[in-house]
Every structure is written in C-alpha cells, then in structure tokens.
Design a protein around this ligand. Sequence first.
Ligand SMILES: NC(=O)c1ccc[n+]([C@@H]2O[C@H](COP(=O)([O-])OP(=O)(O)OC[C@H]3O[C@@H](n4cnc5c(N)ncnc54)[C@H](OP(=O)(O)O)[C@@H]3O)[C@@H](O)[C@H]2O)c1
Length: 291
Amino acid sequence: MQILDGQLVSKATKDELRIQVAQVVAEGKKTPHLAAVLVGNNGASETYVGAKVKACNEIGFKSTLVRLEADISENKLLEVIEGLNSDPDVDGILVQLPLPAHISDEKVINTILPAKDVDGFHPVNVGKMVQGLDSFVAATPHGIMLLLEHYKIDTKGKNAVVIGRSNIVGRPMSILLSQPGNPGNCTVTITHSHTRNLKELCQQADIIVAALGKPEFLTADMVKEGAVVIDVGITRVPDTSKKSGFALKGDVAYGEVAPRCSFITPVPGGVGPMTIAALMKNTFKACQAKW
Ligand SMILES: NC(=O)c1ccc[n+]([C@@H]2O[C@H](COP(=O)([O-])OP(=O)(O)OC[C@H]3O[C@@H](n4cnc5c(N)ncnc54)[C@H](OP(=O)(O)O)[C@@H]3O)[C@@H](O)[C@H]2O)c1
C-alpha cells in the first residue's frame, strides 16, 4: 500500500508556481492576485480561507481577504462581487461556501466573471469542462487529478465509483475520470443517497472516490484488494483529547481500508492540500490570460 501524499505533491506544485511567479514578475508581468470572500465566521470556512491566503503568500501571489458580516444582504454581496469583477488587478475570485441560508449560492456563483472563476463553479466553466474544453476545473476534483497524475496511476479502462454527486466534487470528478487521457478513460459509476447496491458497486471498483461527508463510511468489506481509494471527506468530530476540541475525519475507515489498497489518501494530508494547490494553479492561469 502506498500513501498518496497530498501534502508533498501540493508543496511541489506550489514550489513550481513560486519559481514561475518570480520569473514572470522579474520580466515585469503582473503578479497573480486572488480575492477571497468570507461571509460570517464559520470555523471551518475560516480555516479553509486562511489556508488559501497563506498559500498565496508562500507562492508570491497577492491576496485580498474580504470579510463580510453573516447578515449581509444578498444584493450587497453581489455588489461586492461585481466590484471584484471590475477590478483589473484581481485575477481570481473565490467565495467560500457554504453561505448563510438567506443567500443563494447559485446567484453568487453566476455573478462571478467566468474568467475570474478560479473555483470553477460557474456554469460556463462547468459546461466547458464537460465538453473537454479549456476551463477552470473545480479545485478539489482538479487536485485529485493532479495527485493521480503525479503518482502515475494507470486509470485507463478501470472501473471507478464516485460516492457523492455534488456540483463541487462528485459530479465534476465523475466527468474528469471518464474523459479521454490519463488520468481518465475510466468507466465511471456516480452514486448518491438513493443508490441501492452501493456496497456491491464499490466491491467491483478499481478506484473509489468517497465524497459524501459521512465519517468512516467506506469500510474494508466494501473495498476490493488492490483498489485505489481517494478520501475527499472532511468532517469535524468532537475530540476532547485535541486542543481544538475536534478531530478531522475522512469518509474512509482508514485503519481497516488502507491495508487492502494499492494507493490511498490520508485525512488530513491527502485531498485537502491538493485542493489548495489546484486553486493556486487556477489563479496563475487566470492571471496568465492577461499577459
Ligand atoms: N478535501 C477538500 O478539499 C474538500 C473539498 C470539498 C468538500 N470536502 C468534503 O467532502 C465531503 C463532501 O462534500 P460535498 O460538498 O460534495 O457534500 P454534499 O454537497 O453534502 O454532497 C454529498 C453527496 O453525498 C451523497 N450521499 C450522502 N449520503 C450518501 C450515502 N449514504 N450513500 C451514497 N451517497 C451519499 C449525497 O447524495 P444526494 O445527492 O442524493 O443527497 C450527495 O450527492 C464533505 O465532507 C466535505 O467537507 C472536502
């Protein structure tokens, strides 16, 4: 069993970007600039946005963190996004999800200019991604593809089961794995809460991507010997032994599943850091389009 070390690959990706940024800035080109919008003070969202801003600083990108009160009106938030859309110095915009219940995720996502949509959630980018055209690919599935690529995992003709069909992880993941290329060329089954024979489907899978948000859901009896298991889940579970009061749990029962796998991602240190690396790559690309 080999661990797919997202921390390591993310660091390598960011190091590469840091060198590229230093080079282009020395040539007098624009420094990539990511604007992150955080609404409210959800603890997990604070952590994720903080990690993204930190990554920008490490690489040499500019970053702006726009903090807004949880009770901001939808219209005000849309105005903030319009302002970032029209700011020529801002290359990429991300709005940290989830948003408060009174704000429509859809309206917010659709307001971000597709050329600045480095999270890859805008329908224009999703549509291009589905057609295999150049686009911003959602950071988590993009990061998983980078990880599979780095470890030269042969995906051609393999049976892949994706657990979860969200717009930000499961659905784009299933499309990317089915597209021509390596990683890609998989025969993909996308599953959800209404799937009846999930255990049997997983037992036949060469690759399983667990993205449902249920801690330790995928158990050893669901996994075939030699499978590649990608654990996207991050759930905070109470843990009094930790200073923070919680532990992070993936969707995979790691201890029992890992010995059956050829490759597996840990939580933390697997998909999470790759999501950030992919976001940084998207931001660089958004800026590159202006040079
Ligand atoms: N590592 C990272 O960077 C990263 C990034 C994003 C998300 N995440 C984590 O990944 C997890 C999933 O995130 P998400 O945003 O995709 O979640 P989500 O929007 O809640 O979607 C969960 C999906 O799982 C499906 N599901 C729920 N229970 C199921 C079951 N028993 N069997 C099969 N499918 C089931 C749901 O089916 P229905 O559609 O039928 O409801 C839904 O499609 C969360 O833990 C999240 O924190 C991690």
